[in-house]
Design a protein around this ligand. Sequence first.
Ligand SMILES: NC(=O)c1ccc[n+]([C@@H]2O[C@H](COP(=O)([O-])OP(=O)(O)OC[C@H]3O[C@@H](n4cnc5c(N)ncnc54)[C@H](OP(=O)(O)O)[C@@H]3O)[C@@H](O)[C@H]2O)c1
Length: 335
Amino acid sequence: MQTVRLRRPGGLDHLDIIEEAPPGAPGPGEIRVRLHASSLNFHDYLVVSGKSTIDDGRIPMSDGAGVVEAVGDGVTAFVPGDSVVSCFFPEWQDGAPLCADFSATPGDGIDGYAREAVVTPASWFTKAPRGWSHEESATLTTAGLTAWRALVVDGGIQAGNSVLVLGTGGVSIFALQLAKAMGATVVATSSSDEKLARLTELGADYVINYKTHEDWGRRVRDWTGGRGVDHVVEVGGPGTLAQSIKATRIGGHIALIGVLTGASGEVPTADLMRRQQRLQGLIVGSAQHQRDMVRALDATGLRPVIDRSFPLTDISAAFRHQESGKHFGKITLTI
Ligand SMILES: NC(=O)c1ccc[n+]([C@@H]2O[C@H](COP(=O)([O-])OP(=O)(O)OC[C@H]3O[C@@H](n4cnc5c(N)ncnc54)[C@H](OP(=O)(O)O)[C@@H]3O)[C@@H](O)[C@H]2O)c1
């Protein structure tokens, strides 16, 4: 079977595509999945570009979607033919967060899904939404579940709430779509006027170019009549947090998800305290969160925005496309 392995020192020229023996039959409690798709995240980019320290020969990609081919003894959650999607933290099934690193995450600390087939414990996958393509389902493991947790699990979003999303990457577009599906109003930002027009088409109620309007936080607050938004899905980190705090209402919720502008920096802590906001860091979610999200997606009819799909053999080109920043929503791999 075709497999991608990342060779030290990493980098897009060190993604080797090789033929390997397929996995055997699943043992007790295991399933064998024929993988059909994966999707690219900023996290996968950090892995393959050599910016994280990874074992030589690691199979990249945290997201995997496909079809169950066989089930081992004792497996009751799936039958052969089920469409499934992988979990970002396979060991975190339910309850409070367990992990503060990526040592057990496929495509980082352990082998991921840039391959044609895999045998894993059945609990490492959940069912995919009904009628979705494998490419669509593969967008859920990381980007979809992160947006879900930010707004629904941690944010407790309600109809009539207002939401700010930053930029047009995978997590932010999902957050926009989920917020609209749940009856919220949404303000969205981008560095590109062309992408702003697409955000409006997708349902954003108000859009701002964050490059030409450095005071976007005040503009967001003005748009809410001076109150501020209820929720922010914060993907920027130190370079955007001050404006996000400005944009958020007193007592509002900021889900700190990404660090696109850097790993550390200055935060206006006095503003955060005065405005009595809740700043919550998070990494993706549990298998139970994923099952809840899939049920909600089945009910809402929401479908992810796929910018472009590449064959697995063009994985380097797919990451170069992500690196260019031209994408809007998700980039996927077809396996
Ligand atoms: N904590 C978690 O669980 C979790 C999960 C997924 C992702 N993340 C993090 O979230 C961030 C986004 O991930 P992703 O996979 O969605 O990335 P992505 O698809 O590669 O999206 C990147 C987009 O972010 C926007 N952006 C870049 N700099 C920005 C800035 N200063 N202000 C506002 N927007 C900016 C750009 O949008 P425009 O082109 O429209 O300007 C860019 O296209 C990354 O830091 C990633 O590590 C965290």
